[in-house]
Design a protein around this ligand. Sequence first.
Ligand SMILES: *Cc1c(COP(=O)(O)O)cnc(C)c1O
Length: 379
Amino acid sequence: MKFGTKAIHAGLEPDPSTGAIMTPIFQTSTYVQESPGKNKGYGYARGKNPTRVALEKNIAALEEGKHAICFSSGMGATDAVIKMLRPGDEVITGDDLYGGSYRMFTKIYEPYGIKFHFINMTDASNVVKYVNGKTKLIWLETPTNPTMQIVDIAAISAIAKKHNLLLAVDNTFASPYLQNPLLLGADIVMHSVTKYLGGHSDVVMGALIVNDDKLHEQLYFILNSCGANPGPQDCFLVLRGIKTLHLRMERHCYNGRKVAEFLKTHPRVEKIDWPGFEDHPNPAIAKKQMRDFGGMISIVLKDATLDETFRVASSFKVFSLAESLGGVESLINHPVTMTHASIPKAERDRVGVVDNLLRLSVGVEDIEDLIEDLQQALA
Ligand SMILES: *Cc1c(COP(=O)(O)O)cnc(C)c1O
């Protein structure tokens, strides 16, 4: 089955009691047993809920994986992966990471004795320098957030396999429509389902997708033990959202390209980061591992002070000034004060998350209105 057909059908069966084509919202905490221990595969809803099971099968199919587990948020999903580690273990991860991941790694897990190396992964060979006997996990994002750097998943997977490490890829920015890390050798794919998968800015959710049965068992044990499970209403909303994922992504990619081309030559733009440009770093890798380039774009405003950057960020009429991304509506974000505020300034400056950087999540509105809005905001 091809992607769009899977988005609509994978994992879904008509409801056996009524034939309802849409999976019902099983709003229940528990399930009646015929006799003690004899149930229909459902005991208690923290562990399992049929609406969630349908969604998990669907997401697994979209990522070309065998198993998916949904969590109450992307951070809940990330947390489950790190909980597989033990004090003394080491992780190699990127230096241009989602701010919340950086915060969890440094503020929650470093005090538990897990060590994180935040390194530049755009040259895969750099990773080898940080591998030692304690290394257990490589955690990478590509494209990175917010500077859209491209990391070679297949090359890093080869390093992980050689040294017997787990490779987890945060695939939130690309979505399964643009990139499938399991096919490139990753062990775990993480999604903030909140973003492109949900797609309508109305749900917070996360997911992990894996092929290995044992890994699935371990991660499911953590979900069931620690309780970051999503509710059935949210699972229903995401099932509904995913039905148009391929259509939305086509338009995100089309609009993203038009906006990127418009901004590329704009006199107020000093630098633009969008992985579809030939002069963006690692263009060959982007082409090799992504089907298209999406609607996430970062720009640095030419000679703009923080005040001027604020003024531009606040003067849009169609784009909304808000955190998050991947929804149908276009958003503009100022990483330094919003998504990346929890990263120390010195660290931000080192990786190019500067005061005059703006990040755009290009939505699926009519392109003429988006360009007009950019024109007036940058005038
Ligand atoms: C939003 C986001 C997360 C966190 O997901 P939540 O659903 O907000 O908890 C992780 N990684 C990336 C790249 C994100 O954009």
